[in-house]
Design a protein around this ligand. Structure first.
Ligand SMILES: Nc1nc2c(ncn2[C@@H]2O[C@H](COP(=O)(O)OP(=O)(O)OP(=O)(O)O)[C@@H](O)[C@H]2O)c(=O)[nH]1
Ligand SMILES: [Mg+2]
Length: 296
């Protein structure tokens, strides 16, 4: 009867440089670990919807790949996802952190920030600095990004999130929900399972290896009275990387399998059996046809 006329719903793009904490912030806002988080930049490669629901609003947040100057086709695809999220958004949340140079961010965003949409600038990781440094940074950002609203937060410590949600909701149009109100995302389980495996690869291997890997779920079967069976393949882009992924006596791959399985079980809320293997798909990050086949 009442309240329905004031329901607000809309799309919010979470954008920013690699590693500033976009995925951490999404998870903190949803109070659920949906998007993978690692200490390495360029972890997120697609746009990932995370839907926040309550009686008054539905916010569809889009986590996106970190903003960069693309050097190869995978990175070009990543920037297309970012542009799509900006294009679809009712509100842009531009995230930066206390380690990023404000000037550099201004240079990078000059041509991508729309002038006809509200932009909220979020200064993340304030747990790493004192109030003085934080206030100086906020002042610099206010000078460089005059049309924005500003908020300091710590995604890791879950500080400032309520103000962020309130500000976002203020900008949202009156609109009925876009998705059923028990939806958390529009991606399927398989996508998130592959992402969990990729997170473990990012955490475990060094240098170029994580960037050369792509993960696909080849088979997933529910088995009555038994654990679900999941088969995943890790694609590498050079033959020499296959041995590194597997490790001596299969040790490294076994470690990835065990740590992935634990997190997949937490994510799904049920026990699974996980089988991993490795395939070479030469230069998949550069070849448009390979990228297309892998869902980019
Ligand atoms: N100290 C501190 N660290 C944070 C905070 N938020 C995120 N981090 C850390 O920053 C690193 C990067 O976090 P992500 O959430 O993966 O960053 P991202 O912006 O999604 O990175 P890409 O997907 O690579 O673009 C991780 O090690 C996080 O734990 C914060 O509020 N405080
Ligand atoms: Mg991310």
């Amino acid at each position: 009867m009442n309240g329905s006329s004031t329901f607000r719903a809309g799309y919010v793009a979470l954008i920013g440089r690699p590693n500033v904490g976009k995925s951490t912030l999404l998870n903190a806002l949803l109070q659920f670990k949906l998007s993978i988080v690692t200490a390495k930049p360029q972890t997120t490669r697609k746009k990932i919807a995370g839907i926040l629901n309550n009686e008054k609003f539905q916010i569809i947040f889009y986590d996106t790949p970190g903003l960069l100057q693309p050097g190869y086709n995978l990175q070009r695809k990543m920037m297309e996802y970012l542009q799509e999220a900006i294009g679809d958004a009712d509100v842009i949340v531009l995230i930066t952190d206390v380690q990023t140079s404000p000037q550099e961010l201004q240079d990078l965003t000059r041509n991508i920030l729309p002038t006809n949409k509200p932009v909220l600038l979020i200064l993340n990781k304030i747990d790493l600095v004192g109030d003085n440094k934080m206030n100086t940074l906020l002042k610099t950002y206010q000078e460089l990004f005059p049309q924005s609203g500003y908020l300091p937060v710590s995604a890791r410590r879950k500080q400032g999130l309520e103000s962020l949600i309130n500000k976002v909701v203020d900008f949202l149009p009156e609109h009925p929900p876009y998705y059923p109100q028990d939806y958390l995302s529009d991606s399927n389980e398989r996508f998130f399972i592959a992402e969990i495996i990729r997170e473990k690869i990012f955490e475990f291997y060094q240098k170029e290896i994580p960037y050369a890997c792509h993960v696909e779920i080849e088979d997933m079967k529910e088995k009555k009275g038994r654990k679900d069976f999941i088969q995943a393949v890790i694609y590498v882009d050079q033959p020499s990387q296959k041995g590194i992924i597997i490790g001596s006596g299969g040790k490294s791959l076994k470690h990835i399998g065990e740590s992935s399985r634990r997190d997949i079980e937490t994510f799904l809320g049920r026990p699974v059996y996980l089988e991993l293997y490795v395939k070479v798909l030469k230069n998949w990050r550069k070849k448009m046809s390979a990228l297309k086949n892998l869902g980019f």
